[in-house]
Design a protein around this ligand. Structure first.
Ligand SMILES: Cc1cc2nc3c(=O)[nH]c(=O)nc-3n(C[C@H](O)[C@H](O)[C@H](O)COP(=O)(O)OP(=O)(O)OC[C@H]3O[C@@H](n4cnc5c(N)ncnc54)[C@H](O)[C@@H]3O)c2cc1C
Length: 302
């Protein structure tokens, strides 16, 4: 087991529905019009076909940004097909118990092939516990995880979701359509986290659209604005592929080696969940970490 304790907070447990409501209010204050209970059906040039409160309707859009999640219909309309193997299947519930709110636990095991299980405390009494796996039978894997970790929670239909796991997509602009967020694989392949990446991609999309209207710049410039984010997301993908090349037994052996090399202390000072390029470079420059050189070299070559 590796235990990393940072002096400053590095993450927040948020009320996700509350965050979405707050962002929606900000968008409305900035002039956005929000249609609830409205489902995208098709896009043809500037015509957007939707089903609104059970009835078909036609909307007009000069530019359409598909922020419609991992199963994005906009992405399909752009002619891009994704396969099941490009997603991890996640299952998460709230569990009641006795937790240390300053520690998030991450577990590797047969229940979470090519990903991990987690328990993220909301407070001393409640935590969010889940797994993500590349296997199809997420529910039975989740039950195994809950039994092994002695966790108890209520299962629900909405508890399961897909997480895109792959490099960030490059073909995210076609005609007047753009993709963003999970629809564009703007997720960290290491952890599945996509909120911060999507916010940064949103800033890039905003700049692109502004320049399109004000300076007649092409929408393809979106990719240029995304370069710093893509550098990090591609590294996350490289780390994910590297981790997936190890069996559980090999991961255990690597953790023993990491512990001996003082990785816990190193991560306490330099770890960064969002910018892995920062700590990979620092690791190479740190003589204490040279014990991990064979792994580092294998990683660089992967
Ligand atoms: C179990 C789990 C835990 C996670 N934990 C974290 C975490 O700790 N930190 C983090 O950063 N990220 C986390 N993520 C990832 C994060 O939730 C996503 O990256 C993020 O929600 C992506 O936002 P999005 O707006 O792109 O897509 P979504 O949040 O999926 O939103 C897409 C929206 O589009 C709507 N939609 C879809 N199709 C249509 C259609 N045809 N017409 C109209 N609307 C449509 C959907 O209803 C939905 O409201 C987690 C994901 C899972 C599954």
């Amino acid at each position: 087991m590796l235990e990393v304790r940072r002096k400053l907070d590095v993450a927040y447990v948020v009320d996700r529905a509350g965050l979405d409501r707050k962002l929606a209010r900000q968008a409305e204050n900035a002039g956005a019009k929000i249609y609830l209970n409205t489902k995208l059906l098709n896009i043809r040039n500037e015509s957007v076909f939707v089903e609104r409160e059970g009835r078909g309707e036609l909307l007009k859009a000069k530019i359409l940004v598909g922020a419609d999640g991992p199963n994005s219909l906009t992405r399909q309309i752009m002619g891009i097909q994704k396969t099941r193997s490009e997603f991890a299947h996640a299952y998460q519930v709230r569990v009641r118990g006795n937790f240390d709110p300053s520690l998030v636990s991450v577990y590797f095991g047969p229940y979470a092939k090519n990903f991990f299980g987690w328990s993220a405390p909301e407070n001393r009494e409640w935590a969010r516990a889940g797994i993500a796996t590349s296997e199809l039978n997420v529910k039975s894997n989740f039950e195994l995880f809950m039994t092994q970790k002695n966790l108890r929670g209520e299962y629900c239909d909405m508890c399961s979701a897909l997480i895109p796991v792959g490099p960030p997509m490059k073909d995210i602009v076609k005609d007047n359509m753009m993709l963003i967020g999970d629809a564009a694989f703007h997720t960290k392949a290491t952890t599945g986290g996509g909120i911060l990446a999507s916010i940064n991609a949103g800033i890039a999309a905003g700049k692109t659209i502004d320049n399109y209207f004000k300076k007649k710049k092409p929408l393809k410039e979106y990719l240029n604005h995304l370069k710093p984010l893509y550098k990090e997301l591609e590294l996350h993908w490289k780390i994910r592929k590297y981790m997936n090349s190890y069996s559980d037994r090999e991961i255990d052996a690597m953790f023993v080696k990491m512990k001996k090399a003082g990785v816990e202390n190193f991560l306490e000072q330099h770890g960064d969940m969002d910018k892995p390029s920062m700590f990979v470079n620092k690791m190479i420059a740190n003589p204490g970490m040279w014990r991990m050189l064979p792994e580092l070299l294998k990683f660089m070559r992967s």
